[in-house]
Write a protein that binds this ligand. Structure first.
Ligand SMILES: Nc1ncnc2c1ncn2[C@@H]1O[C@H](COP(=O)(O)OP(=O)(O)O)[C@@H](O)[C@H]1O
Ligand SMILES: [Mg+2]
Length: 285
């Protein structure tokens, strides 16, 4: 664990604010201008696994290059004196998981639709760069603002992302071995094809996960929840989502969009452009 006061590049580390799947996140400040930031550090236990180090470096590389309003920004990245990699991110202390717990039920329809529109735009920007997120879930979505005017979110955590290199192009990210990683992603949001073969998936797994997240925002609960891992798999592979759990206030167009995003067959899912067009339609504003 990093001690408060540790200098990391141009930043001074404060307290640890979160422990993620593979990293620790600290608050931090720029040592001269005082700008508040988050310092994300690969957790020490993970630093001995080269594939996790490569994934972390790839995440930092992509986040530093992307400048999209719906994706968390990275200002800096490097290696700590102890050897582990770190990245410095814009400070966004609230995530969507915490927001949902605080809300204690579904988000207002207008906010749910707005989150879907923003995440569809952010995922679209990632896909354009040949990056599939593969781990979309509320804990990986940061909330920049939530007030009477609405909600603003930013996609985070590219730790499980798949980086596709266009044919003939030189790779800009490090190759990552997926040996041993039989399953990748969070079970509750995993598309049928991801359960069966998590390596050979494409951008459409992100559309499925966005559908599950949309369902969760509008129903206040996950479509497929209780049960063992096998039961969960069977539900994602075979069972239609329980759309009746969405309240009567959810317009039919939004309801059917969410259902189509969770189609078992990847080819039957809408594109992210379709998702954006649908959630931005006047019916939902
Ligand atoms: N930029 C940030 N500002 C503040 N807190 C953050 C920031 N990024 C992540 N966090 C918090 O840290 C947690 C873990 O970060 P995440 O990027 O998801 O790492 P991991 O890959 O270990 O899951 C998040 O769920 C969130 O609560
Ligand atoms: Mg995470």
């Amino acid at each position: 664990m990093l001690a408060a006061g540790t200098r990391v590049g141009e930043y001074v580390v404060g307290r640890r604010v979160a422990v993620g799947g593979t990293s620790d996140v600290y608050s931090g400040r720029h040592f001269t201008d005082g700008t508040q930031v988050a310092v994300k550090v690969l957790s020490p236990a993970c630093c001995i696994q080269m594939d996790l180090v490569a994934r972390f470096l790839n995440e930092a590389h992509v986040l530093r290059r992307l400048n999209h309003p719906g994706i968390v920004r990275a200002f800096d990245a490097g290696v700590l004196p102890e050897g582990g990699p770190y990245m410095v991110l814009e400070w966004l202390p609230m995530d969507l998981e915490q927001t949902l717990v605080r809300e204690g039920g579904p988000l207002p329809v207008r906010e749910g639709a707005s989150v879907l529109a923003q995440l569809a735009a952010a995922l679209g920007a990632l896909h354009e760069q040949g990056v599939v997120h593969r781990d979309l879930k509320p804990a990986n979505v940061l909330v920049a603002r939530k007030d009477a005017e609405g909600i603003e979110v930013k996609l985070a955590d590219l730790g499980l992302a798949k980086h596709q290199v266009p044919e003939g192009a030189a790779p800009v990210t490090l190759p990552v071995s997926t040996a041993g990683a039989a399953l990748l992603g969070s079970l509750d949001y995993m598309a049928p094809e991801q359960w069966l073969d998590s390596k050979h998936v494409d951008a459409r797994v992100d559309v499925y996960a966005l559908g599950v997240l949309g369902f969760q925002l509008l129903a206040g609960r996950l479509p497929f929840a209780e049960g063992s891992e096998t039961e969960l798999m069977i539900r994602h592979l075979r069972m239609p989502p329980p759309m009746h759990l969405l309240g009567a206030e959810v317009p039919g167009a939004l309801r059917s969009l969410v259902e189509r995003m969770m189609a078992k067959r990847a080819a039957a899912r809408p594109s992210l452009d379709e998702v954006r067009a649908c959630v931005s339609s006047p019916v939902l504003r």
